[in-house]
Design a protein around this ligand. Structure first.
Ligand code: ITT
Length: 198
């Protein structure tokens, strides 16, 4: 069976990718499965650049086709922040998801509601030989000032998914995996996956 390395250190993303890719007849391998403790510095100026940095580094290190994503939350009232910096968005040195959510809400307090926002995900697929392809997915919604729900990770408890009346953290994984930015990007990448995995 062809193999694909899931190139993320975020356990929430690993679980989602495993479910999203389960039906593709591809053997999924995680960084933990390979004992690959590689930290890729995200020094790109776009989601695409950062996703490519991660996918290419993991493909080279493993000899396998690798999938990585760079994703973020874009809030209109904050001119698109935290965006590319979503995982680093908090004053703490090693922020928790709760730190990031608290920092976002603190910065939004002075802005009138509603707070429209979207999650964006750019997936990069890289082969060890240097080929790299991309796909993108968006999930629209709004930020709410209180946390709701226990599923998911990151900003999910304060992100109301458009058209559902529920936060991303109130959606069980199978529902999040029908609607999310990551689900849409992976769906768009399916034809590439079949071609690029060996
Ligand atoms: P990897 O780089 O190892 O994949 P990461 O968490 O650092 O892990 P990113 O650099 O892409 O990944 O940062 C994306 C951040 O955006 C992530 O840490 C969350 O804070 C947020 N985010 C992305 N997708 C999300 C989702 O589905 N639900 C909630 N928050 C999300």
């Amino acid at each position: 069976m062809p193999k694909l390395l899931i190139g993320t250190r975020n356990p929430g993303k690993v679980a989602e990718f495993r479910a999203l890719l389960a039906d593709l007849d591809i053997e999924l391998v995680s960084l933990a499965d390979l004992d690959l403790d590689l930290v890729v510095r995200e020094v790109g100026a776009t989601y695409q650049e950062n996703a490519a940095l991660k996918a290419k580094a993991y493909a080279l290190a493993s000899g396998l086709t690798a999938l990585a994503d760079d994703s973020g939350l874009e809030v209109d009232a904050l001119d698109g922040a935290p965006g590319l910096y979503s995982s680093r968005y908090a004053p703490q040195v090693n922020p928790t998801d709760a730190d990031r959510r608290a920092h976002l809400l603190k910065n939004l307090v002075e802005h009138p509601r509603p707070w429209p926002a979207r999650f964006r995900c750019v997936v990069a697929l890289a082969t060890p030989g240097g080929d790299c392809r991309f796909s993108e997915g968006i999930c629209p919604g709004e930020i709410i000032p209180e946390e709701r729900g226990d599923f998911g990770f990151g900003y999910d408890p304060i992100f109301l998914v458009a058209g559902t009346g529920r936060t991303m953290a109130e959606l069980p994984m199978d529902e999040k995996n029908r609607l999310s930015h990551r689900a849409r990007a992976v769906k768009a990448a399916a034809p590439l996956l079949k071609r690029m995995c060996r």
